[in-house]
Design a protein around this ligand. Sequence first.
Ligand code: FES
Length: 159
Amino acid sequence: MAVNIQSDGGSNSQVPEVSRRQLVNYLLGFSLVATAVGVLTPVIGYLWPPGRPSGGGGGRAQVGTTDDFPVGQGKVVPVNDKPVIVVNTPQGGLKAFSAICTHLGCITEWDQTRQFILCPCHDGRFNAITGAVVSGPPPAPLPQLALQVEGDAVYVSEG
Ligand code: FES
């Protein structure tokens, strides 16, 4: 059986007929595509995490005071719109690294319990003194940034 859609003017225009089978095939195709998009979107979001922050003109920025970075702690701070992790370890003192994971660009965080820099996306771990990869998939260390303490003010410079 065929579905015929007529134009309302009653003119001689030809309107193509769409059979019930074709209509069902179109609807089935649409639902398959919608399902595929719904399944693939989170998978792609996992494989390609949120983009890196852009912008920033480089240069030096004050990220806090020495009181903001007690020994044995670390935190992510913005430097010219880019995430930087500042850590203060008993062995290494104050250090600053890019907080952007060298694997797929997730933002790292400080693991207070185990005293290393952790990437939560794929469990990448970095040494808090050198930025070197300790374990996980990151292919390279976190780039170290210049850090200066003047009085009690802490500054970080982009490389
Ligand atoms: S993005 Fe994969 S370990 Fe960091």
